[in-house]
Design a binder for this molecule. Sequence first.
Ligand code: MG
Length: 203
Amino acid sequence: MKIICIGRNYHAHIKELGNEIPAEPVFFIKPDTSLLLRNRPFFYPGFSSDIHYEAELVLKICKVGKNIQPRFAHTYYDKIGLGIDFTARDIQDRAKKAGLPWFTAKGFDQSAPVSQFIPKTGFPDLKNIQFSLNLNGKPVQQGNTSLMIYSFDEIIEYASRFVTLRTGDLIFTGTPSGVGSVRIGDLLEGFIEGKPILKCAIK
Ligand code: MG
């Protein structure tokens, strides 16, 4: 399986990092070795001194698709969870300045903690899903799908022009503002619609 991530999908987050609003969606991939499941702890890697959390809603792909039409896009995912797109911001900033890819900043081991998944049918309105992240008990990120630049369906349509989506693939749908650094000893707690769904201790 693969993990497809969209960058720059919430205006307030684009602003906080001083980035441009993209004319087209910006995608990158995390390998399956980046997955961190069952609320396991994240071990701070030696190659970075500025690991950032980015809380994001995650879609689970439920059938194979390529060149998916917008009107059918909603049939290609059946579950929604919460993930953290851990980012080595120091490495990413260096890569951006040099015009180089983000792979090592985004694709390292354990860089994708993902919660259990909730069937999509459990949400009354997919365009109004609230999610949030606490750092050591304090709220740091608040998101709502109504604020996404590219909707779930648009992300699926666009990504599937380039890569075949397969059952079990995950799609990270972008982070709202409030990203920041973690330190050893921190605890991240993620919520969907106010309900706790993800925990990640930094060790
Ligand atoms: Mg992200």
